[in-house]
Design a binder for this molecule. Structure first.
Ligand code: SAH
Length: 275
């Protein structure tokens, strides 16, 4: 599963980061006038608003894409950010940008897995997982994040989650059995879980003060903006990327829109603190 996802993100990262405007995540639309670029940055702001980031903080960005959120955090707070991703290509692009911006000392990227990252215990003030948790075993991501956080450190994440499983006992199932019950989307080993599943594992790992905000309504317009942008710039895009890249992306947007509209999924930001 991990190998597939690594291969998937290596092959689509150039195209997807361009289709999505470098922020490889949903946006947060404050008003109808919010633009795609603004919305991507605004989702980062919404996550930030749940915690306090200081200049001397060390942040671990798990699933860093091509580095946009890491650069945004550094620019805003001057803190040090280490981004990790299983996509070699994504890490390459991010490190290139960091070099060009003269930030190589404070914003670094390396290939590592969020579920076994290799960093020492208690080495970060904040672990940040922006729309990457659906690609990993969430129980392992949560345990690993707990391990590398300093006491009192904050774990922040945002992702698409399922709304349809409400039975409490179901979250206590081992992840592989749970996944058998979860709806499987047909591309890239992508899995969403209900937010309660995350909460259950956060509690079990020792986290406290678990909070979440549902931003589904503010995030859904992203799908319309992504597809509009692609339709508008189709000719230019097709000179650089294959028809299948485009088709896969559009199909993913369509599937997501269906799931949002049917109230099967929503978008949630979660925050929790290490005891
Ligand atoms: N957070 C970024 C990118 C989100 S896309 C942004 O908001 O712009 C999801 C990212 O997670 C991709 O970079 C993908 O390569 C990475 N990823 C997938 N599985 C991972 C894993 N097991 N460990 C670390 N990163 C992973």
């Amino acid at each position: 599963m991990l190998k597939d996802n690594r291969r998937h993100y290596n092959s689509v990262i150039d195209a997807w980061s361009e289709f999505m405007n470098d922020n490889i995540h949903f946006g947060y639309y404050k008003t109808e006038k919010t633009t795609l670029k603004e919305s991507g940055d605004e989702l980062i702001n919404q996550m930030i608003s749940l915690t306090t980031v200081k200049k001397n903080h060390r942040i671990l960005d798990v699933g860093c894409g091509v580095g946009n959120p890491a650069f945004y955090l550094h620019n805003k707070f001057k803190c040090s950010v280490t981004g990790i991703s299983t996509s070699q290509r994504g890490v390459e692009i991010a490190n290139e940008t960091s070099g060009k911006l003269g930030l190589a000392k404070s914003v670094r990227f390396k290939v590592a897995d969020g579920t076994r990252n290799g960093f020492p215990d208690e080495s970060f003030d904040i672990v940040w997982a922006m729309e990457s948790s659906h690609l990993m075993r969430k129980d392992r991501l949560i345990r690993e994040s707990y391990r590398v956080l300093k006491p009192g450190g904050t774990f922040l994440l945002c992702d698409v989650v399922f709304k349809c499983f409400t039975l409490k006992y179901i979250y206590t199932l081992p992840p592989h059995l749970f996944r058998l019950l979860a709806l499987r989307r047909g591309y890239g080993n992508v899995w969403a879980m209900p937010k309660e599943y995350y909460f259950w594992h956060m509690n079990k790992a020792g986290f406290r003060e678990i909070t979440s905000i549902d931003v589904g309504e503010n995030s859904m317009p992203t799908l319309r903006d992504w597809t509009d942008r692609i339709n508008r710039e189709k000719d230019t895009i097709l000179k650089k990327y294959s028809q299948s890249h485009l088709k896969d992306f559009m199909r993913a947007c369509e599937a997501m829109e269906h799931l949002f509209k049917k109230n099967i999924v929503t978008y949630v930001i979660m925050k929790t603190v290490k005891d």
